[in-house]
Design a protein around this ligand. Structure first.
Ligand code: P61
Length: 473
């Protein structure tokens, strides 16, 4: 059956969400191949059972991340030719600044080499030792920069954010009561409040406008800056349009702007919603804060008119920002995720619900119930998926989440992340087959032992040894 909606043709297959036909066709291709099973065994051992350490030549379908891995459009490529590589006063910077003003409305744009560059600058300016940073869950690099500046991260996510089985439509919401308590008791110690769009660590889950507006009202009452992590705010806006009453008829661009209007500023990793391989931004309204950020950008990133990006990269980013409010483009990505999620749910595979913006998250605690958390179930599952079918995913469990030597009994997830405009429905069907196969043999997946633990952001480079033999599936 084919149902035509005004915006785009929507094909409904056996899966309730169906899938959008892509609003693009493919002009340039990159060959990929499934390495033989013996090579995959060798490659995984060489990588110390850490998917970050695999070579991409050994990977077939790469769902490690949507960061910098999306396909650029012909318009982005064309504009790259116009890159003005002047060290200062680059035309490309001013085009980028205009795109940020038009799409998000922020007055000042400070470009950085990528998102964590912006997080670093923001934390250095706003966080003094001992200050608090309340946020809807943490993100690895955001928390690391706040802590390097001496700050204390405080989780103010709603409890549903940490429950993989909750079907709450807005698991990215902040617990307003909890935030109010902190502000009431300690507002002079709060550096800024951070709210992340499509909350990565909860499974790519959005916040509602109603929640953001409440958080906004509180931060205004106490005079505390509200800074968004707007890296995936386009997708958050799409969920608002589809799930929150009163927004169904608003354009995606309107909702994206509304989200930005409810904040004092934002950081962006532009490698996600903005479709560029590299780049990031801090964007703020306050003249004073912009001045302080510019004082630091020259130390750590580059002159404020490029901040670590080339003129060509800024041109691609300016165009990418406009594409990030194109509803069919954003909807296609989110619906690809929903499609993969439904294939897996139909087969009984335990995933985080509802499916998130940019990834399907497997719940490794339920997938591999025989493994205790000390045996790194999510890390082991990511290894098993690669061994079974060359599919690369990312651990988001105790390896990524444990903080120093604090006890950790939190989420234990494997992220299957979809780059934008890259993989087809056939790739997703293949991935689903691999996951379902591994699920059928879940009991054979052994745990792991960590053999090398780097001192910070350990998940990137940690190494492991299997506690048994990974069966050939
Ligand atoms: C990702 F395993 N994300 O999701 P940068 N904020 C948010 C992000 O998602 C984000 C950054 C800031 C990545 C890359 C990555 O533990 C990891 O441009 C919501 O990567 O510097 C990045 O932006 C940082 C993967 C980062 C990780 C940290 O795959």
């Amino acid at each position: 059956m084919c149902v035509v909606r005004p915006d785009v043709a929507r094909f409904r297959g056996p899966h309730p969400e169906g899938v959008h036909a892509p609003p693009y066709k493919i002009k340039v291709v990159e060959p990929i191949a499934l390495a033989p099973a013996e090579r995959r065994q060798e490659a995984m051992a060489e990588a110390g059972y850490n998917t970050f350490l695999l070579r991409s030549d050994d990977v077939y379908v790469d769902l490690l991340t949507d960061s910098g891995t999306s396909a650029v459009s012909q318009e982005q490529r064309a504009r790259m030719e116009l890159g003005d590589e002047a060290y200062a006063g680059s035309r490309s910077f001013f085009r980028l600044e205009r795109a940020v003003r038009e799409v998000y409305g922020y007055k000042h744009t400070i470009p950085t080499h990528q998102g964590r560059g912006a997080e670093h600058l923001l934390s250095r300016v706003l966080v003094q030792p001992g200050m608090l940073v309340p946020s809807n869950l943490y993100f690895t690099t955001s928390r690391a920069h706040a802590e390097l500046a001496g700050g204390i991260w405080v989780d103010v996510a709603i409890p549903e954010a940490s429950d993989p089985e909750s079907t709450h439509p807005f698991k990215g919401n902040i617990d307003v009561g909890k935030l109010e308590e902190i502000l009431r008791a300690d507002h002079h110690r709060v550096a800024f409040v951070r709210q992340e769009a499509c909350l990565n660590m909860a499974g790519g889950q959005p916040f509602s406008i109603a929640n953001l507006a409440e958080v906004r009202a509180l931060t205004l009452d106490y005079g505390i800056p509200l800074m968004l992590d707007a890296t995936r705010s386009s997708e958050n806006a799409l969920f608002v349009k589809r799930r929150e009453e009163g927004y169904g008829r608003r354009s995606l661009a309107d909702i994206v702007k509304l989200i930005a209007d409810l904040s004092d500023g934002a950081i962006f990793s532009s490698k996600k919603d903005h479709f560029v391989p590299i780049g990031g931004l801090a964007a703020v309204n306050s003249d004073r804060l912009a001045e302080q950020l510019r004082e630091l950008v020259v130390v750590y990133e580059g002159f404020p008119h490029y901040g670590g990006m080339s003129g060509a990269a800024m041109e691609a980013l300016a165009q990418g920002i406009r594409e990030a409010v194109d509803e069919p483009t954003v909807a296609h990505h989110v619906e690809q995720v929903a499609y993969l999620a439904h294939l897996l749910q139909d087969a009984g595979v335990p995933i985080v619900t509802p499916p998130g913006a940019h990834a399907v998250f497997l719940d490794a605690k339920r997938f591999l119930p025989h493994l205790p958390q000390e045996a790194f179930p999510a890390q082991a599952l990511a290894a098993a998926l690669y061994l079974a079918g060359g599919v690369r995913s990312m651990e988001r469990g105790i390896v990524s989440g444990q903080h120093g030597h604090d006890p950790y009994d939190g989420l234990e997830l494997v992220r299957l992340t979809l780059p934008r405009r890259v993989y087809t429905q056939e790739h997703l069907a293949y991935v689903a087959e691999v996951v379902v196969d591994v699920y059928a043999h879940a009991r054979t997946v052994p745990g792991l032992r960590m053999t090398y633990e780097p001192p910070s952001l350990r998940f990137f480079q940690a190494r492991f040894e299997p506690l048994g033999v990974f069966a050939t599936i």
